[in-house]
Design a protein. Structure first.
Length: 191
């Protein structure tokens, strides 16, 4: 089985979700699952310097195979688009997902309200590849209150559809299942 994990960043500066993705892929590979990560070269430190990794190719990172793609820059302002926390836009990642997603049996999206995960979910739907989504507490009331207006708009335009059309939403607790349901998600949940 081939599993692709998509997350906006695996930088150590991004904390828990990055660690979860790396450790999960390590453990899946130990069980014989062909698991890989696709992500950006965001370094997560707040600087404009990218993570020091090769881009547009698969490389070994912390013991797992990772496809890194460069963040896209704005031609008008010479600033990176979507550096707002986890959004992290990458045109190269989009193109690669479009061309390669069918070579995986399932897609596992880590992180909500991010370009990488939303784009991967949409491409998976268009190309009939099943996908799961990990909410990781991002639908808890306190989390939704952070940048509330942006998240409401994003949920209306993309995120709720991505969640509802997932093969399953992975939750880590009964409370997280409640948060998923309160957000209006009807897809099956796994705990």
């Amino acid at each position: 089985m081939r599993v692709l994990h998509v997350i906006p960043s695996v930088s150590p500066h991004r904390g828990g979700p990055s660690r979860v993705a790396i450790n999960l892929v390590k453990h899946l590979r130990e069980q014989g699952v062909e698991a890989e990560i696709a992500t950006t070269n965001d370094d997560g430190s707040g600087s404009n310097a990218p993570l020091a990794v090769p881009v547009n190719c698969k490389s070994e990172y912390e013991g797992v195979p990772v496809w890194f793609f460069p963040l896209s820059a704005s031609p008008r302002q010479n600033v990176t688009l979507g550096r707002d926390k986890g959004f992290l836009f990458s045109a190269a990642l989009t193109q690669w997902l479009w061309n390669h997603i069918r070579s995986y049996d399932i897609l596992d999206n880590h992180y909500l309200f991010s370009y990488a995960s939303s784009c991967a979910g949409a491409i998976a739907r268009w190309q009939n590849v099943p996908y799961t989504v990990r909410t990781m507490g991002q639908l808890a009331p306190w989390a939704l209150a952070q940048s509330r207006k942006k998240k409401q708009l994003y949920a209306f335009l993309l995120e709720r559809r991505n969640l509802n059309r997932a093969a399953a939403v992975h939750c880590t607790s009964a409370g997280e299942v409640t948060d998923v349901r309160n957000f209006g998600v009807t897809a099956p949940t796994l705990t």
